[in-house]
Design a binder for this molecule. Structure first.
Ligand SMILES: [Mg+2]
Length: 206
């Protein structure tokens, strides 16, 4: 069980006007079986899938990338929103905040996942960045690209995610980081400014 969130930090994060989210596992329940993906694509243990593909010669990597795209796309239609996702996005819309997504998945799968989860209407398509629009997390490139396009300062922005790379990308971009610790194990709490057990804590009515 997670400890009560730091109320001062929570209040500071609620004042941010630019919100960047991870998608799979953050706004939606995770649909990807990464162990099965690794076996299918022949990715060695402990090496991230995208980084492994990037290390291969083009002729070997290309068919694997196409296979990855196909597997991702097939999984999208099973996407379900996490509890509180729609309420959080509606609050951000009402308060005039900008929202975007930075994902290690493809742009097409991000769009399809949002539609399946009923969240597609909450985002401007140009604010959805997949692995082909910016260097993937943990690089801060996607976050920085959104901040640049919004004319936003890093100290008025927050990155919300459920995985180490989300938090590392946020830290490297200089934005506040929120770790959604769904399992309550505190695994990456040291990388985040705020640890929350779920999205329902973020709107002020929670
Ligand atoms: Mg995730």
């Amino acid at each position: 069980m997670s400890a009560a969130p730091d109320q001062a930090r929570l209040a500071a994060i609620r004042r941010c006007r630019h919100w960047i989210f991870d998608l799979d596992g953050t706004l939606t329940h995770p649909v990807h079986d990464f162990d099965a993906l690794r076996r299918e694509l022949g990715v060695p243990d402990r090496i991230p899938i995208l980084e492994h593909l990037a290390s291969l010669p083009v002729a070997r990597a290309e068919p694997l990338r196409r296979r990855l795209d196909a597997i991702e796309t097939a999984a999208c239609d099973r996407a379900m929103p996490r509890p509180g996702a729609a309420t959080l996005l509606a609050w951000l819309r009402r308060s005039g905040s900008r929202v975007g997504i930075v994902s290690r998945n493809s742009h097409a799968s991000v769009c399809r996942t949002l539609v399946a989860a009923g969240l597609g209407g909450e985002f401007d398509p140009s604010d959805l960045l997949g692995r082909d629009e910016a260097e993937p997390k943990p690089s801060p490139a996607g976050i920085q690209r959104l901040l640049d396009s919004w004319g936003a300062a890093a100290d008025d922005a927050v990155m919300v995610g459920d995985f180490l790379f989300d938090l590392q990308a946020g830290r490297a971009a200089g934005v506040a980081t929120v770790y959604l610790d769904w399992d309550g194990d505190g695994r990456w709490a040291g990388e985040a400014d705020l640890v929350l057990p779920g999205l329902t804590w973020l709107p002020p009515s929670a």
